[in-house]
Design a protein around this ligand. Structure first.
Ligand code: NOJ
Length: 581
């Protein structure tokens, strides 16, 4: 396995509009980020991934871009951005830009041109089709509800939009489109960035002919993932991107790939032949099966199963080992807060957030921390739909309450559990008004729990979640086993404990995580023997000599032991980019 800087890194995701507002307009901005770089430095993260900051009508929180080589004035200027990059690099923090090129905004000049006439030179930048028997060209559903096609009267044709009507899909079959995108990427790389996060990159190749999706529900429009996920030319497009652009820079790219299997991931991130460096997979985000309310499963509310989580994670850990590279996240701007989803955001908020942090950092792969996760920010429960801003959430409510007359309480319960705004409420800096996020009126309300949960409080408390994250990030720097060690699941059938081993050159670490508020007993399988042990980390004050063979866990307790160190001294790892440990 090759040693690479981005395998060893911890990435921190910033959702800029909710991070820090420096000018009182209620929106986070670049100067706000600059003001908090010392905070990120104290946390110890190596890379920052910025969600989009390009000019955008803001239909989908900036994921609808109208100019790829500019900064949205709401965030600042290009000069501010250059200052941000300089300040980051000065602190040893690298920058990952979000590249959203499956689609543009409908206000992008390419689309403005494209819709003017069928002969326009930009017409083929997008996917236009005539209607079929007075209806859409096919029965595909869009991610945000309704048809994936919008009718445009100017030319009497429909354009494809897998997301909102304001996000027309680019036509990657057109070589000019690909050349434009390569140009945009090169432009940013020449400015000195360190890589990209590629938004829904496995959707860029659609099956030719765009056939109707099989009718599997009574809905008018059907899920058509088999015709646009991992399409026939995806590999070719990404290889071309690698050869033309990425291979010329020491950067990394992480592709967002909904629906990816381990086979896809190995193919895309293969050590030798992969075009991407890692992907975001979704299996651990989709644990529970779709229920009545769920259009595509996402809105399902209910318990999830630890054994299923272990199976999913173990499959990804084992199958990619030595072949591709894993990334791991528990939350981001599209997902609920991790402590609310996988832990306990009430009584055991601190303990469970630390347990989840241990999980995140101890798996084999590059960990991604989402802003606010490091202080245990929780889901929000706005009472009225009027407080929500995310278009997916608003469409969901409209569809089920306004159109289908479902019980609004049930729909709000789904939004409280799964809505994307859970992760988009402003970062909680301190206990002053609006959590110190803005002096104006925030674009979305602050979570009312900011007086208890905020950065100022967390930094001042040595036993906080924040300091626990710091410790984990520091440990990763010191111990290659956290990055490169292989993974082995223990106790696969245990319903409360997730335990595993990491191993590297005879050194073994034992990770034991209690995912419940119960007090289960951990018993190490007798096949695992060792002569010495050391407690490396725990989220409770633990007796450092406590025997790892048999012990009772506290609610949401996490322990990490080193086994055998005295017998097998870890081989030093080389510091170059050659073959790693
Ligand atoms: C994935 C992004 O993370 C999400 O926020 C966005 O809505 C879709 N892609 C469409 O760009």
């Amino acid at each position: 396995m090759k040693r690479r800087w981005w395998k060893e890194a911890v990435v921190y995701q910033i959702y800029p509009r909710s991070f820090l507002d420096s000018d009182g307009d209620g929106m986070g901005d670049l100067h706000g980020i600059i003001a908090k770089l010392d905070y990120l430095n104290q946390l110890g993260v190596d890379v920052v991934w910025l969600s989009p900051i390009y000019p955008s009508p803001g239909d989908d929180g900036g994921y609808d871009v109208s100019n790829y080589c500019e900064i949205d004035p709401a965030f600042g200027t290009m000069t501010d951005w250059e200052g941000l990059l300089r300040e980051m690099h000065g602190r040893g923090i690298r920058l990952l830009m979000d590249l959203v090129v499956n689609h543009t905004s409908d206000e992008h000049p390419w689309f403005v041109e494209s819709r003017k006439s069928r002969e326009n030179e930009y017409r083929d930048y997008y996917i236009w089709r005539p209607g079929k028997e007075g209806r859409e060209p096919n029965n595909w559903a869009s991610h945000f509800g309704g048809s994936a096609w919008a009718y445009d009267a100017v030319t009497d044709e429909y354009y494809l939009h897998l997301f909102s009507t304001k996000q027309p899909d680019l036509n990657w079959e057109n070589p000019r489109v690909r050349t434009e995108i390569h140009g945009i990427m090169t432009w940013w790389l020449e400015k000195g960035i360190d890589g990209f996060r590629l938004d829904v990159i496995n959707m860029i190749s659609k099956v030719p002919g765009l056939p109707d999706a099989p009718v599997v529900s009574g809905e008018r429009y059907q899920w058509a993932g088999q015709y646009f996920l991992h399409g026939p030319r995806l590999g070719e497009y990404l290889r071309e991107m690698r050869e033309t652009v990425l291979s010329k820079y020491d950067v990394f790219v992480v592709g967002e790939t909904p629906g990816a299997t381990t086979e896809h991931a190995i193919d895309l991130t293969h050590e030798e032949a992969g075009s991407l460096d890692m992907v975001f997979q979704f299996e651990h985000m989709d644990l529970a099966p779709p229920k009545a309310l769920a259009r595509v499963g996402k809105w399902h509310v209910g318990p999830w199963d630890l054994i299923e989580l272990k199976q999913v994670m173990t499959r990804w850990q084992k199958e990619l080992e030595g072949k591709g590279w894993n990334s791991f996240y528990l939350s981001n701007h599209d997902q609920p807060r991790s402590v609310s989803r996988f832990g306990d955001d009430g009584r055991y908020r601190v303990e469970s957030a630390k347990m989840l942090a241990t999980f995140l950092h101890m798996l084999h792969g590059t960990p991604y921390v989402y802003q606010g996760e490091e202080i245990g920010m929780t889901n929000v429960r706005f009472e009225s739909i009027g407080e929500y801003r995310d278009l997916e959430t608003l469409h969901f409510y409209q569809e089920w309450v306004d159109r289908r007359r479902s019980d609004p309480h049930e729909v709000m319960a789904a939004i409280h559990a799964k809505g994307r705004d859970n992760a988009r409420t402003p970062m909680q800096w301190n206990a002053s008004d609006h959590a110190g996020f803005t002096t104006g009126t925030p674009w979305i309300k602050v979570n009312p729990n900011y007086r208890q949960i905020n950065v100022e409080q967390a930094r001042a408390d040595p036993s906080s979640i924040f300091h626990y994250y710091r410790r984990l990030i520091e440990l990763r720097r010191q111990h290659p086993i956290m990055v490169y060690g292989s993974y082995e699941l223990l106790l696969d059938a245990h319903e409360q404990i997730y335990a595993f081993l990491r191993s590297l050159h005879g050194e073994r670490w034992l990770v034991v995580l209690n995912f419940t508020a119960d007090l289960p007993v951990f018993a190490l399988p007798s096949t695992i023997t060792f002569s010495q042990h050391e407690l490396i980390l725990s989220n409770y004050p633990s007796d450092s000599r406590a025997d790892p063979r048999l012990f009772r866990l506290q609610p949401y307790e996490a322990r990490v032991y080193r086994l055998d160190r005295a017998q097998h001294k870890a081989r030093e790892v080389r510091n170059d980019a050659g073959d790693g440990p």
